[in-house]
Design a binder for this molecule. Structure first.
Ligand code: FE
Length: 298
């Protein structure tokens, strides 16, 4: 077993996006701060309505997937395909923009806490122009594992192995093989996770701090810092105090990236095409609607 350690830390920076929603961005702050296949990781969280109320009015995407994990609050997603989904605490929205989608994400509350994460996951060239697809995953479809006392893991994507068990999440079978866990550790507990050797993996503690343990060393990762891990087939997390941390792992695509705002392609010419298609109303034209099939283990 090769145990992974922290090899790079990206502190989140406060930025605003959409129609003035305040977010903390770590991955994706600039082109050097991606971690193939992960393009961007945003965390939003505020009890002040002014920080989120204007939401994300209609905007396009092409060439990748967006994953929204709602921790607290209520947002409404609507897109040009006619999809309409209420995203509530503990729920996930997995959207494959593919050749193009135009959608909005608007808060459905005028007060109280709104908190969650949004991840941008790249697609390989062969899938960038596939039909747009969309899945709402309600909290009850996300398995919760309790591998030890004081340790819980929600499996949003991929599968989680412990004590000879394998628990599959609702999102499986994508070419980037994403693993997406929400891990809660109580003070003094630790968790050893198995990960595919060559997948890029990172941690993002969104409440509290976590440590990565190797023999007798502990590398600390503070709240709202993205911790990129070295390669290896396991990682051991340790909590000095209660922590909630996201673990993401995915298979690198190893292709060139050309990005202009919400369009992520391989070449500048493809970006120009995306902009032209959007301006001419062709971003979302033609082609059958796609479908994401949720994995529902028996
Ligand atoms: Fe969007």
């Amino acid at each position: 077993m090769i145990n992974r350690h922290l090899q790079q830390i990206i502190p989140a920076t406060s930025v605003s996006d959409g129609a003035g929603v305040k977010i903390k961005r770590s991955l994706g702050l600039n082109a050097q701060l991606r971690f193939d296949p992960f393009l961007m990781l945003d965390c939003f969280g505020s009890e002040q309505a002014g920080d989120y109320i204007k939401g994300f009015p209609p905007h396009p995407h092409r060439g990748f997937e967006t994953v929204t994990y709602m921790l607290d609050g209520h947002m409404l997603h609507e897109d040009h395909l006619g999809n309409k989904g209420h995203l509530k605490s503990g729920g996930v929205q997995w959207m494959t923009a593919g050749r193009g989608i135009i959608h909005s994400e608007m808060p459905q509350q005028e007060q109280g806490l709104m908190r969650g994460l949004q991840l941008w996951l790249n697609l390989p060239a062969s899938e960038k122009m596939k039909p747009a697809t969309y899945a709402d995953i309600p909290p009850q479809k996300i398995p919760l594992c309790r591998p030890a006392n004081g340790v819980s893991v929600k499996v949003i994507a991929g599968s989680f192995q412990y004590d000879g068990n394998e628990v599959q999440g609702p999102i499986l079978g994508l070419s980037t093989e994403p693993q997406f866990y929400d891990i809660r550790l109580q003070a003094g507990t630790e968790l050893k996770l198995t990960l595919p050797q060559d997948h890029h993996a990172l941690l993002y503690p969104f409440e509290g701090a976590v440590a990565v343990k190797n023999a007798d060393t502990l590398q600390q990762l503070k709240e709202h810092h993205a911790g990129l891990l070295s390669q290896g087939n396991s990682v051991t997390l340790f909590a000095n105090a209660d922590v909630s941390v996201i673990l993401l792992a995915g298979k690198p695509i190893n292709e060139p990236i050309a990005q202009y705002g919400p369009f992520v392609m391989n070449t500048p010419a493809e970006i120009e095409q995306a902009i032209r298609d959007y301006q001419q109303g062709k971003l979302t034209a033609a082609g059958p609607a796609g479908q994401i099939t949720l994995n529902t283990p028996a």
